[in-house]
Design a protein around this ligand. Structure first.
Ligand SMILES: Nc1ncnc2c1ncn2[C@@H]1O[C@H](COP(=O)(O)OP(=O)(O)O)[C@@H](O)[C@H]1O
Ligand SMILES: [Mg+2]
Length: 268
């Protein structure tokens, strides 16, 4: 057997093991996956034993009250925080690579912080990211009339459309999106979630979406996980979880540092 053939049969074994571990009901191999993942900001784990998968073309919501560990999970999947235990896999292979190398493999991470350069025009914000302006405007035509306006003068919704236009114009294979719609008007939230859904449907992007608007998230997502105090406490299809909204609500009540806030989000 040539070393190439050996390598590919090893890869097959690895893939088959992955498939077995996932059970028989699955579709394609997950684009991104956490197995027994624990991590934190020092020796103490903030998230524990997280098992989750996102397959190509899936939108998966990660829900849970403030402080549950959603951002920590995304940071670890992105390669910004090292696992304390367990592992992150991309396309079935364990990765320990930092974010910039995961990015080369098609992972894009939209963080909670706005990443718009405030002193630069919309056009230059796209240019410095190496994004074709026309591609970005196809995603969000409403940015056309704001193309020469400085980032700092855009509305919050426009800034977030610009951020997402930049992320999606790269046609990522994996998109990790942290609270895209925080504080934005319902119409804008719909535009952002529509664009994410379309990327999954038309380009096969695997999307993991942290979202405070629980009901809305369950409209756009295929599946969801609910986190509480660093652990996954519920998972299922979006339809299943939409019918168990009371249970999600009570997990917010008992899990949140700011539980009142968590419940507010459920009514949005
Ligand atoms: N940079 C940090 N250093 C230490 N602890 C942190 C840091 N960021 C978050 N935490 C803690 O980790 C826990 C989970 O936070 P986070 O992942 O941001 O939750 P979520 O995104 O669900 O609101 C919280 O208790 C929070 O205080
Ligand atoms: Mg967060």
């Amino acid at each position: 057997m040539s070393s190439n053939a050996e390598a590919s049969s090893r890869a097959e074994v690895a893939a088959n093991n992955g498939a077995t571990a996932q059970g028989p009901t699955d579709g394609p191999r997950p684009a991104i996956e956490a197995r027994g993942l624990s991590s934190g900001y020092g020796p103490q784990a903030v998230i524990r034993e997280i098992n989750l998968t996102v397959r190509p073309g899936e939108v998966v919501a990660l829900l849970g009250p403030n402080g549950a560990g959603k951002t920590t999970t995304l940071l670890t999947l992105a390669g910004e925080l090292p696992p304390l235990a367990g592992e992150v896999l991309m396309d079935g292979a364990v990765t320990k690579a930092p974010l910039h190398l995961r990015a080369r493999k098609g992972l894009t991470f939209v963080t909670e912080e706005k990443s718009v350069f405030m002193g630069m025009s919309t056009r230059d914000n796209l240019r410095v990211a190496g994004i074709d302006v026309d591609t970005a405007l196809e995603l969000f035509p409403e940015l056309a009339k704001r193309i020469d306006v400085r980032g700092g003068l855009l509305s919050g919704g426009e800034q977030q459309m610009l951020t997402l236009a930049r992320a999606l114009s790269r046609k990522p294979r994996v998109l990790l999106a942290d609270e895209l719609s925080m504080g934005l008007a319902p119409l804008i939230v719909r535009r952002l979630l529509d664009a994410v859904r379309r990327a999954a449907d038309t380009q096969g992007t695997a999307v993991l979406l942290v979202e405070q608007h629980v009901r809305k998230a369950l409209v756009y997502a295929d599946r969801a996980y609910v986190m509480r105090r660093g652990r996954l406490v519920m998972e299922g299809s979006a339809r299943d979880l939409a019918s168990r909204i009371d249970e999600i609500e009570s997990s917010y009540m008992s899990g949140a540092e700011g539980s009142v806030e968590g419940v507010d989000f459920l009514t949005n």
